[in-house]
Ligand binder design. Structure first.
Ligand code: GDP
Ligand code: IMO
Ligand code: MG
Length: 417
């Protein structure tokens, strides 16, 4: 049963969409198991740039996509994404779990209130209703896809949610009507996704599970409370899809050659000033969902070690070696003063006091379009020795092999090792 899970090893936006698309060539099914429209997975496919929020990016490549129970679904976003995807992939088949949780306008309003209530301590969420919809799920008042098929249940659930958030005065009839209409217009199949996945795997197909967000945004193990409301590690596949843990054969961890973060929260290796601006502008580091500038920092091996261990990472796909090219005096954080290898600070006050220890590595010349083509054709040996040293330094520190290296945004801009 060749199944692979693609997980983000940092704070999201590592390039999971591109990696999942790369690994989905020849796969039977591409699967999203967590997160929701807070995710923005960029994939350059058929000459266009897609920012996928709910449909796994791999679906564009293999033509079959599943959205599982662990996903928070916004019906409008889904409709728009189905339309756009089918402009280049008219045969795209999408199956949606009846157990997936539905984001309502009530959750969007609740999130506005919660974020403004937090004032200076606001999380800086994507404002896609993720937190409140998760609270509804665990508070056992949530609306699921299956409820959209039963008019009375739908109205009753909306009433429960409005009461839960104390959002009186909402026109629940109009809301129910609008959700029903949006749902009925979706051209997809609603089915028990765990069975669909099992059928593909048992008949010898490959399934690619595409994680959303990154390990440090995980609700259990991330920089809480500056996290999202999902399990973002490889462990999320099992509850998210309703498949046994044993069904995941391998874990590909995606790491960027430096670090980025969107929204508030601790970021030990964060850079300010010219160095950050240079990486942000060469790399076009702006959020795929909200357009916010991404915060930039040096690669953090303490954070990455914690993440590779948590995910049971078999191999690393390192992206954006090209974005770092042309810089002199690169730094890599190898330790936090006073912390043992493999440990990661737990509280915000501990994180605020962290003192990163840096190693300095030599940079490598700019990788332009011509060189990119040569390197892809000739392989790892064609990368500048300093770039290879960077890769190997990371690999030695983490004890996990780097098997693929991204040197451009295109799905094929990959060096295999
Ligand atoms: P995701 O959320 O993890 O899928 O990542 P995003 O799509 O939000 O952000 C990653 C960005 O990096 C996208 O614009 C990708 O097109 C781009 N990208 C991915 N891999 C590479 C790479 O190796 N080099 C360059 N230059 N861009 C890359
Ligand atoms: P992908 O899948 C980067 C961040 C938000 C905020 C925090 C909580 O594209 O990597 P939420 O809206 O989830 O309640 O916001 O999490 N965040 C992401 N950052 N990439 C993402 O997804 C993210 N999804 C959520 O910016 O800091
Ligand atoms: Mg993203």
């Amino acid at each position: 049963m060749p199944s692979v899970v693609v997980v983000g090893l940092q704070w999201g936006d590592e390039g999971k969409g591109k990696v999942a698309a790369y690994l989905s060539k020849g796969a039977r099914l591409a699967v999203r198991y967590n997160g929701g429209p807070n995710a923005g997975h960029t994939v350059v496919y058929s000459g266009r740039t897609f920012r996928m929020h709910l449909i796994p990016a791999g679906g564009l490549v293999c033509g079959r996509a599943a959205i599982c129970s662990g996903v928070y679904v916004d019906l409008r976003t889904l409709a728009e994404e189905l339309r756009e995807s089918r402009e280049v992939r008219p045969d795209l088949k999408v199956v949606l779990s009846p157990r997936a949780q539905v984001i309502t306008e009530l959750a969007l309003r609740a999130e506005e209130l919660l974020e403004s209530m937090r004032g200076e301590r606001a999380i800086g969420t994507t404002r896609r209703g993720i937190g409140p919809t998760a609270v509804e799920r665990f508070g056992r008042v949530g609306l699921r896809v299956a409820d959209l098929l039963e008019r009375e249940t739908l109205k009753e659930k909306l009433g429960d949610i409005a009461a839960f958030w104390r959002l009186e005065g909402s026109d629940l009839d109009a809301m129910a009507e609008s959700l029903s209409e949006q749902f009925m217009s979706l051209d997809l199949e609603v089915a028990e996704v765990s069975r669909v996945i099992r059928d593909h795997l048992t008949s010898g197909g490959t399934v690619v599970f595409e994680g959303a967000q990154g390990t440090m945004l995980d609700v259990y193990y991330g920089t809480y409370p500056y996290v999202t409301s999902s399990v973002t590690t490889s462990a999320g596949v099992s509850p998210g899809c309703g498949v046994p843990v044993r069904w995941v054969d391998s874990v590909v961890g995606v790491a960027k050659a430096y670090t980025t973060r969107v929204g508030a929260g601790p970021f030990p290796t964060e850079l300010h000033g010219d160095a950050a601006e240079r990486i942000r502008s060469t790399g076009g580091e702006y959020g795929a969902t909200t357009g916010r500038p991404r915060r930039i920092g040096w690669l953090d091996l303490v954070q990455l070690k914690f993440a590779t261990d948590l995910n049971g990472t078999d191999r690393i796909f390192l992206t954006r070696i090209d974005t770092l090219s042309g810089l002199t005096g690169l730094k890599v954080c190898t330790a936090y003063e006073g912390y043992k290898d493999g440990d990661y600070p737990v509280t915000l006050s501990e994180l605020s006091k962290v003192r990163p220890v840096y190693a300095e590595l030599e940079g490598w010349p700019v990788i332009d379009d011509v060189q990119r083509t040569t390197i892809v054709r000739e392989g790892y040996g064609a990368l500048h020795p300093n770039a290879r040293r960077y890769v190997e330094f990371l690999e030695e520190h983490l004890g996990t092999p780097v098997k693929q290296i991204g040197i451009g945004p295109g799905v094929e801009d990959v060096v295999e090792r």
